[in-house]
Design a protein around this ligand. Structure first.
Ligand code: KG4
Ligand code: ZN
Length: 386
């Protein structure tokens, strides 16, 4: 089989991205236009603004990705685009553009699940390093702004299948980082700021009670299938709304509200705050709170994921998605994985957060299987992975 160069397009949330990847194993170009500046004044992603920004960015971003790869619209073999999950209006921008390209150029069009994309970011980089011997079963933790999902992944003849064995019952881990940063006046997005500030606080200063999950999941398995009462395969669910409430209570109980408001106003005046700006506006108590929150989140993620790996006898662990960019999380997973002899693979930090290289990489097995999307397919905001 000769090489296949796939142009990937991603527009599911607040990043407009395009990339060219060769045969799912070599990153040729990777362009990401972030919308952080647009959404920052609102403290979170505003869907209508996201769609508008994607419309503005999509053509130059795709052109840049092709130019950096020394490719043209004609020279790529297929166009891959994120199908869902994500913001419907945002997804539609990428999908409409990809369809137009595929139609005009007469190229195959491949629809990719964003969550599968995050998993394939790991595979892309492992292959790029020359690691082609993957041990199965693979357990993948996808930990991002919208998801905290555990999947058992298997591959047969280029066809990947995923079994969901755990998900968050309420807030996703990245969402908890973002909400806690917001309620501490640290702005949006919260994950990268908390990551950097945590190094300056005492992670043992404040203890948070572990999340209690008492009930069976009444919402269904969150993978489209109904709960089967006879299905006694162990589940490893997460819950992060409790810790967010605990932080809110702590802020109130310790009279930190006015300091939070002052910090919010001070940081809002700085277009691109640096670490020194954040540190200048945070007292030690706030830094300790931030570090303790991060430690509690990571301990919970690592503990549950390793328990799942044990229960399912996983041979390899992938940790991917925006929160996998977190320094302490990366170190903790690597250290704890090594203790139990479990190989842990994480994408590089640029490929942990949203990008289109992961979409182009996940499209490659579908390209080999000729699993092409019909021209009338559309965005699926709540798409699940299986
Ligand atoms: O995968 P991603 O870019 O988009 C989604 O698919 O959601 O993940 C974004 C999430 C945000 O919640 C952001 O705060 C979080 O990932 N994040 C981080 C870090 N970088 C991004 N969380 C913790 N530490 C980081 N360094
Ligand atoms: Zn993502």
């Amino acid at each position: 089989m000769s090489d296949a160069y796939i142009l990937g397009i991603e527009s599911s949330c607040d990043e407009t991205a395009a990339a060219v990847v060769r045969s799912g194993e070599q990153l040729i170009s990777n362009v990401v236009a972030s919308q952080i500046a647009t959404h920052q004044p609102y403290g979170g992603v505003v869907p209508e603004l996201a769609s508008r920004e994607h419309l503005r960015a999509i053509v130059p971003v795709v052109r840049q990705a092709l130019a950096e790869a020394k490719h043209t619209y004609k020279s790529v073999d297929a166009i891959a685009v994120t199908h869902g999950p994500g913001l419907a209006g945002a997804l539609l921008v990428g999908i409409s553009y990809a369809k137009a390209l595929a139609f005009a150029l007469d190229k195959p069009l491949i629809a990719v699940n964003h969550l599968e994309g995050h998993i394939h970011a790991v595979l892309l980089e492992e292959r790029q390093k020359g690691n082609h011997e993957l041990q199965f079963p693979v357990l993948a933790l996808v930990v991002s702004g919208g998801h905290t999902h555990l999947y058992l992944a298997t591959e047969e003849q280029h066809s990947w299948t995923y079994e969901n064995i755990g998900h968050t019952r309420d807030d996703a881990a990245g969402e908890a980082f973002d909400k806690v940063a917001k309620l501490l006046g640290l702005g949006y997005p919260g994950g990268p700021v908390i990551d950097r500030l945590s190094a300056h606080g005492d992670p043992k200063a404040i203890k948070f009670p572990p999340a209690q999950i008492k009930h069976r999941d009444r919402r269904g398995r969150n993978d489209g299938r109904a709960v089967n009462e006879n299905d006694d395969r162990a589940r490893f669910d997460f819950s992060y709304s409790g810790i967010k409430t605990a932080i809110l209570r702590y802020v109130e109980a310790h009279d930190m509200r006015s300091a939070v408001e002052a910090r919010r106003q001070a940081l809002a005046k700085i277009p691109k705050p640096k670490l020194e700006d954040y540190l200048a506006d945070c007292d030690q108590q706030t830094l300790d709170l931030v570090a303790s929150f991060q430690r509690a989140m990571i301990d919970d993620l690592v503990e549950k994921t390793l328990a799942a790996a044990r229960a399912y006898d996983a041979a390899t662990l992938f940790v991917t998605g925006g929160v996998a960019a977190n320094q302490e999380l990366r170190q903790t997973f690597e250290r704890e994985g090594a203790k139990v002899g479990l190989p842990v693979y994480l994408p590089s930090r640029p490929l942990s957060t949203d990008n289109a290289a992961m979409i182009a990489a996940a499209a490659y097995p579908k390209f080999l299987m000729k699993d092409f999307a019909p021209i009338d397919f559309t965005a699926e905001a709540g798409l699940t992975l299986r």
